[in-house]
Design a protein around this ligand. Structure first.
Ligand code: NAP
Length: 311
């Protein structure tokens, strides 16, 4: 895989990464198997994926521990770990905390769970309400100077908060919600990121599976299936997305691949994005993600998909 650079940092990675909220994320998803989690990470690294996107919040440290187990078998410089923190459970429940001391403690504890001595990209997972944004980022800059992290990220920050956080020019990468059906960041954030040499990594690129092409208009979900309560998987929104995804099918047939690979190829060709981190539920899904690297979309195909999905 070719390499991309993360902001102004020294971190370089293959642009197709792996989202790992289903690796040990028992607090977020029901019925996950840890064995599957270990196998997903191993399959990804064996296929040339380097960037592993994790967070303390995925299993309250369990995702980091499982990743730590797998990466012990790989050369450390072949793995790019992106980790996040902000949820402070010291009161018993999750409270957002960007206090410099809390971020320092979070990085030290994450290093122990990952069994490594540096984290390639460390994100503030969510902004809190009290800490000045540039002070929180300043704390990460000190951790970078100490060699504990290599690049500074922020996640779920509004465009105004991104600018405030980057007052001293230390921010390398923003990770916010963005997908073919959720493109607000293009107009409100991308121009600033380009000017400031800040990378962008979208989360939910496959809209939790909705953009893989495996859904049809007539599908409904049982009441105990979380999708039945998710507005993206019900009603008009679901119908509209499935109809838009269906327009990709002829392009997929032309390339002898599935819709999923075309969608990922579109992100990989999108100049606003630096890397893509689709998630997988089991190791069998990983080759389907990697296959997207074989697809090269023509300008016409790229533009057709661009026009079909509402900005
Ligand atoms: N910074 C943040 O606040 C934040 C928030 C959310 C997520 N994230 C990150 O973004 C990553 C991506 O988000 P996500 O994993 O929630 O959702 P996603 O990438 O939009 O979708 C992942 C889902 O796509 C489906 N899929 C993947 N490969 C497939 C294949 N080969 N064939 C068929 N279906 C396939 C699976 O659906 P099924 O489950 O139906 O099998 C899988 O669970 C996360 O893992 C996490 O690292 C960050």
């Amino acid at each position: 895989m070719n390499q991309v650079k993360i902001g102004k940092s020294q971190v370089e990675t293959a642009p197709l990464g792996l989202g790992t909220n289903k690796v040990g994320g028992h607090n977020l998803f029901a019925g996950l198997s840890e064995q599957d989690g270990l196998e997903i990470v191993r399959a990804a690294l064996e296929s040339g994926i380097q960037l592993l996107d994790t967070a303390f919040m995925y299993g309250k440290g369990r995702s980091e521990e499982l990743i730590g187990e797998v990466i012990a078998d790989f050369p450390r410089d072949q793995v790019i770990i992106a980790d996040k923190a902000a949820q402070d459970f010291s009161s018993g429940e999750a409270v957002l905390n960007n206090d410099p001391e809390f971020l320092k403690k979070s990085v030290d504890e994450a290093l122990r769970r990952l069994k490594t001595d540096y984290i390639d990209i460390f994100y503030i997972h969510f902004p809190d309400e009290k800490t000045p944004k540039s002070e929180a980022v300043g704390a990460l800059q000190k951790l970078r100077e100490a060699g504990k992290i290599r690049a500074i990220g922020i996640s779920n920050f509004t465009p105004e908060q991104v600018k405030e956080a980057n007052k001293d020019g230390y921010v390398d990468v923003v990770e916010n919600y963005y997908s073919l059906i959720h493109r607000d960041e293009e107009a409100r954030l991308f121009p600033y990121l380009k000017d400031a040499d800040i990378s962008f990594v979208p989360y939910f690129p496959l809209e939790s599976g909705l953009l893989t092409g495996k859904y049809t208009k007539d599908m409904t979900f049982a009441e105990d299936d979380p999708r039945s309560k998710n507005e993206k998987f019900t009603g008009k929104a679901f119908q509209n997305t499935v109809a838009a995804v269906d327009t990709i099918r002829p392009i997929a047939r032309q390339h002898h691949v599935d819709v999923l690979q075309i969608v990922l190829a579109w992100y990989l060709a999108n100049p606003g994005l630096t890397a893509v981190i689709p998630g997988a539920r089991n190791a069998a899904q990983v080759p389907g993600l990697v296959k997207s690297l074989d697809v090269s979309l023509s300008k016409e195909e790229y533009d057709q998909i661009d026009r079909t999905f509402t900005k």
